[in-house]
Design a protein around this ligand. Structure first.
Ligand code: HEM
Ligand code: HEM
Length: 230
């Protein structure tokens, strides 16, 4: 199947940067988190805790920046076009793909070979991307319940009491890490299953030619080979 062109306008530079920061911080949080949970070599606990809290602040500030930028910056509502709309709209149901949930589920379950065209993110992609900030906020909240300087602060202490103690909070925080790990595996697989063009664009801002889509008429209107360089 021919693919839509991948243009820079889909992922403006600030989103490339927030995605990089997110990935790097996530790697360090997972490594230091594993170490805190199971110190496989002795002697690095202080360092692991310090690094974990440093990257915790980085990832939470990065999340805040990403959310604010979603309302300030514009991005293309679909592949194959350089037209842009306010970025947050791409995470909500759009005219282009509102009715495609069923078709996407069939595609993911291998009942259908091709997924529907339309909108930058598929229906399930939007849902999982919106779940990332929710999960990160829960990680941050449970993290601050475990963090000595904040554990006695009102809402954190109240939540720890509510669930039955710090051990339960640790368990929640630990198992949610596995949700992130699973998300990342599935995300990396799905992002690359049809070729590396989306990843080259998201990480290195490299464009790739393909079909041109007109979001006004909701259809393919031509093909762009980016001047025939590829
Ligand atoms: C977003 C803000 C986050 C904050 C504020 C935070 C904070 C903390 C704190 C204070 C601890 C306890 C350290 C100790 O026992 O001294 C901890 C443990 C841990 N964190 Fe985080 N964390 C955050 C995000 C994450 C993320 C994103 C992951 C992984 C995806 C993660 C994985 C872990 C793991 C596995 C542990 C060990 C839990 C255990 O004891 O079994 N954390 N975190
Ligand atoms: C090597 C690892 C990764 C690869 C190859 C990758 C690849 C991609 C690609 C290609 C896109 C654009 C999708 C599209 O345009 O259809 C994307 C977007 C996204 N990725 Fe990743 N990703 C990685 C790691 C992560 C991690 C660890 C997270 C979070 C836990 C994450 C969260 C997101 C989110 C929320 C978006 C939405 C776009 C945006 O924020 O502007 N990614 N990723």
């Amino acid at each position: 199947m021919a693919h839509l062109a991948h243009y820079r306008e889909a992922h403006p530079v600030p989103f490339v940067i927030t995605h990089w920061i997110n990935l790097i911080a996530m790697i360090f949080l997972i490594i230091t988190g594993f170490y805190i949970h199971f110190p496989f070599v002795a002697g690095f606990m202080g360092m692991a805790r310090g690094a974990h809290m440093f990257f915790a602040f980085v990832i939470l500030l990065n999340l805040l920046a990403r959310i604010i930028l979603a309302f300030i910056l514009k991005s293309s509502p679909t592949g194959g076009t350089r037209k842009q709309v306010p970025d947050y709209k791409n995470f909500l149901p759009q005219k282009d793909n509102r009715h495609q949930a069923g078709a996407w589920v069939k595609y993911y379950l291998f009942f259908k070979k091709d997924h529907p065209l339309g909108a930058k993110f598929g229906v399930l992609q939007k849902i999982s991307y919106l779940a990332v900030p929710v999960l990160l906020i829960i990680m941050g909240f449970t993290g601050f319940c475990l963090y000595a300087p904040t554990m006695d602060v009102g809402p954190f202490a109240a939540f720890t009491n509510l669930v039955g103690g710090l051990m339960i909070i640790r368990i929640i925080h630990y198992y949610l890490m596995w949700v992130f790990i699973l998300f990342t595996f599935i995300h990396v697989y799905l992002a690359n299953v049809e070729g590396f063009a989306p990843t080259l664009l998201m990480f290195f801002h490299k464009e790739h030619g393909g079909l041109v889509y007109d979001p006004e008429v909701h259809n393919i209107v031509g093909e762009d080979d980016l001047g025939g360089e590829h």
